[in-house]
Each structure stands twice: as structure tokens, then as C-alpha cells.
Design a binder for this molecule. Structure first.
Ligand code: HEM
Length: 139
């Protein structure tokens, strides 16, 4: 008698967040909108001032980081190693106000790019956790 066959269950998600939001072109639109928001929102003035005048280099890095974070290609780690985001942000004084300004820019950027609202809320919850963990000045 043949042994019973064990069904093979593929536990990988059918699509990643990266694919379902529209891959790299969508991530690039979000990052462009995000830094445009940072350039113009009054509450983001302080976090904008932490960046250099030319946002192009950090834009390119954030696109690669977010593509990877959403389940897309791992170009960020290949180029920059482990993200160690808390360490990379240690030079900037980040408290609740800075966290909230960052999140406001990202929320507005996601709205600008017509992302599905349920996906926007899922992403915002994750961004909140990351941004909150970046706080380093106890405010
Ligand atoms: C909490 C408020 C935050 C502030 C004030 C902040 C500010 C900054 C600043 C000033 C830089 C350096 C820019 C430059 O090199 O000119 C930076 C880099 C970066 N930030 Fe943030 N950030 C925040 C939250 C976040 C969050 C939540 C994420 C990810 C979801 C993130 C991802 C990155 C990445 C990937 C880089 C580039 C790191 C690298 O050099 O490899 N940041 N951020």
C-alpha cells in the first residue's frame, strides 16, 4: 500500500504589497510626493531642515528601501547593508513632533497617489511603528 501523500501547501503570499501597489513606479511616485510634502508642509519645516538642500540622493535611497520593505527587490541591502535605521537616524533629534510630521507627510503622499485606503491604513500602521521606534530625544 502506498503511504498517504502529504499535500504541499504553499504558504507564500500570492502577491506582495510591492506588487499590489504597483511596483517600483508606484513607490517612486509615493517617495516623490512624500518629499514634496516635506518641502511644503509648515509642520515639516524642522525635519526638512535635517536634510540637505538636494533631496535627490535621499529620494533614491528611500525608493530602494521601501521597495525592499514592501517585499520587492533587495537593492537597498545589497548597496547599503543592514538598514540599521535607528542607528542611521541617531544624528537627528527625533521626538513625537518629528515623528508625527514624518507620518503626516507620508499619509498625504499616500493619499495623493490614490492608493487603496485599506492598504494605506495597513502601511501607515507599519510606518507608525518604525517612526515611533526612531524617537531618540524623549520628547
Ligand atoms: C521619525 C521621523 C523621521 C525623521 C525626522 C527622519 C529623517 C531622516 C533624515 C534627516 C535622513 C538623512 C537624509 C540625508 O541623508 O540627507 C533620513 C534617512 C533615511 N530615512 Fe528617515 N526619518 C524619519 C523616519 C523614517 C522612517 C519611519 C523610515 C522608514 C520607514 C525612514 C527611512 C529612511 C531611510 C531608508 C533613510 C536613508 C538611510 C540610509 O542612508 O541608508 N525614516 N531620515
Amino acid at each position: 500500500m502506498n503511504p498517504p501523500t502529504i499535500p504541499v501547501v504553499d504558504v507564500r503570499p500570492a502577491t506582495t504589497h510591492f506588487e499590489s501597489i504597483g511596483a517600483e513606479p508606484a513607490v517612486t511616485r509615493i517617495v516623490d510626493a512624500f518629499y514634496r510634502q516635506m518641502d511644503t508642509r509648515p509642520e515639516a519645516r524642522e525635519i526638512r531642515a535635517m536634510h540637505g538642500p538636494d533631496l535627490a540622493p535621499v529620494k533614491a535611497v528611500l525608493v530602494r528601501y521601501l521597495c525592499e520593505w514592501l517585499g520587492g527587490p533587495k537593492h537597498y541591502s545589497a548597496e547599503r547593508g543592514h538598514p540599521r535605521l535607528r542607528m542611521r537616524h541617531a544624528a537627528f533629534a527625533i521626538g513625537a513632533a518629528e515623528r508625527d510630521a514624518w507620518l503626516a507627510c507620508m499619509h498625504a503622499a499616500l493619499d495623493e497617489t490614490d492608493i487603496d485606503p485599506a492598504m494605506r491604513d495597513t502601511l501607515m500602521q507599519s510606518f507608525f511603528r518604525t517612526a515611533d521606534w526612531m524617537r531618540n530625544n524623549g520628547r
